[in-house]
Design a protein. Structure first.
Length: 181
């Protein structure tokens, strides 16, 4: 059986779970196994950022950070899961605070390309909608890897959809199968 790795853009998956399925609660191990059902899952990589904290942090920032840290720790403790964290930055833009993830796309892309060219996997399952990953997908394909995209039609960049080898839409049936009990 061919080895696969699952690469999850945590911000993307969280956004579609909340926006399209009104719930963020799924069993990530079950979800990962479902989306690479025909392959042996070597590992799932989850990419995200912890919430922004000022210096000193507000009570609200402390609470949000602690809640997210608990979630990240739970994911990191799942069998064959690795969490990769970028940074969340804050800057003023037209009088409003703007928050931006940094390094997440790079961490995701580096892992995908590194594992592909090292022939650690034969199959990559990516959960994202961002066209920033197109060069990494092309590099993985150049290494002989089959790249499957798991996406939601409400949030997908067409260039990414076109570049991958296989497509699997994240729909209500998949979410229902992966729901936490």
């Amino acid at each position: 059986m061919e080895k696969a790795a699952v690469f999850i853009d945590g911000g993307y998956l969280s956004k579609i779970l909340k926006g399209q399925f009104a719930s963020e609660k799924i069993d990530y191990s079950v979800f990962s196994d479902l989306i690479c059902i025909d392959y042996k899952r070597l590992r799932t990589y989850y990419y995200d950022c912890l919430p922004y904290q000022g210096n000193p942090p507000t009570e609200s920032e402390k609470r949000m950070y602690a809640e997210r840290q608990k979630f990240i720790t739970a994911l990191d403790n799942l069998p064959r899961f690795e969490v990769r964290l970028g940074k969340l930055t804050r800057k003023m833009d037209n009088g409003k605070w703007k928050y931006e993830q940094k390094r997440v796309d790079v961490l995701f892309s580096v892992d995908l390309v590194r594992m592909s060219w090292a022939h650690q996997i034969e199959y990559a399952v990516i959960v994202t909608g961002d066209s920033d990953y197109v060069p990494a997908v092309k590099a993985a394909k150049d290494a002989g890897i089959t790249v499957k995209l798991c996406y939601n039609k409400a949030s997908i960049h067409n260039e990414l959809l076109t570049e991958v080898d296989e497509r699997y839409e994240i729909d209500q049936a998949l979410i229902d199968q992966a729901k936490s009990s």
